[in-house]
Design a protein. Structure first.
Length: 355
């Protein structure tokens, strides 16, 4: 048995989220503890982990020097990496990335297992603990509507943070993020079954999308329907428009001059990205503004709430710096007149062709 998180055997206590709402502090933003909050520990980086509580000591890991960079950098999925390496026995390094390990069973004998097994068991154990806490808080709460909607929103944010960590992290342990993701989706299915009557429309729709994803998943942007050029399905018109957008963005210094036509074409073709990300040369505010201009000027169709995810998936900043959808979401439209004018001019040919 691998103890990923310290055993909690203290007396029963309500979460700080529940206490805030019961005491009327509905404007609070930092809740500390809430049901399922410890699932975050499985994918956070070292800097955000409560190391003292978790009692992590990398020096206890055998042959630490062979893979110390993971721990020195403090990568995402740090807790998973730590428990993997500290429990691996009698395998050379090249076998460790294959995800199998030898741990001691109850009799003290070594047993070979898939690392997925102890990880998933630990996640389920944490989920069960939180379900009990949630059940109790929900039953006794005097503010069920506020409580369950805030918890839903917090868990959405956690889930999207997990998604970003999987996308950003290059080490092998990001692949185990799929196990964490599975558990979050189980939690959301429970919510959909038990709490829909208390969810506001926005949260209900977001939850439904996660639990029952559309068979026509939004992958990237798609030009808005037009009366001319067969809704921009005419290949000659589309080619001219995309080439114009690409050239304008390069000339104004928004994207790298090595950006290809195919990279920009795919951004507007509602397909899964298969080419390298487009290098955005300016700041993240201008990238968020790029989308808002496309939205305001009805350049693209509604992306069903996936617009920040699309931008994060298709663009990268200088120095290979990945983009967080939450950071994009937090940015307001730029008020810089030149930035606005330059971005709007990227679509001059499209507006001319369809006028």
């Amino acid at each position: 048995m691998i103890d990923f998180l310290p055993i909690q055997d203290e007396d029963f206590t309500f979460s700080s989220l529940f206490q805030n709402y019961e005491e009327g502090h509905t404007d609070a933003t930092d809740f500390g503890m809430y049901p399922f909050f410890r699932l975050r520990y499985f994918f956070l980086d070292r800097e955000r982990l409560p190391i003292r509580t978790l009692k992590i000591d990398e020096e206890k890991i055998e042959r630490f020097d062979m893979f110390k960079n993971i721990f020195m950098r403090g990568d995402y999925f740090y807790l998973i990496a730590y428990h993997y390496f500290i429990h691996v026995k009698e395998y050379e390094f090249e076998y460790k990335v294959e995800g199998k390990m030898r741990i001691e069973d109850k009799k003290g004998e070594l047993k070979t297992v898939s690392f997925f097994e102890p990880l998933y068991n630990a996640l389920i154990e944490e989920k069960v603990k939180s379900q009990k806490l949630l059940r109790h808080e929900y039953i006794v709460s005097k503010n069920k509507y506020l409580y369950i909607n805030k918890l839903t929103e917090i868990l959405f944010n956690d889930y999207f943070d997990l998604d970003d960590a999987i996308r950003k992290e290059k080490n092998v342990f990001a692949k185990y993020g799929i196990a964490v993701k599975e558990v979050y989706l189980e939690v959301f299915r429970d919510f959909y079954s038990n709490f829909v009557d208390y969810l506001k429309t926005e949260n209900f729709e977001a939850l439904k999308k996660l639990v029952y994803p559309s068979t026509k998943e939004v992958q990237s942007f798609k030009f808005a329907p037009r009366k001319t050029y067969k809704n921009l399905k005419d290949m000659e018109a589309r080619t001219k428009i995309v080439e114009s957008i690409k050239q304008n963005l390069i000339e104004k210094g928004f994207i790298s001059n090595i950006t290809t036509f195919e990279q920009v074409y795919d951004l507007f073709d509602n397909k899964r990205r298969e080419l390298p990300k487009i290098l955005w040369e300016k700041d993240i505010t201008s990238l968020a503004t790029f989308y808002k201009i496309m939205e305001d000027d009805k350049i693209i169709q509604d992306a069903e709430g996936e617009h920040w995810k699309i931008l994060a998936d298709y663009f990268i900043l200088k120095n290979d710096s990945e983009i967080s959808r939450e950071e994009l979401k937090s940015k307001k439209k730029s008020t810089n007149f030149k930035i606005l004018a330059d971005l709007e001019s990227a679509f001059d040919l499209l507006k001319k062709i369809i006028a």
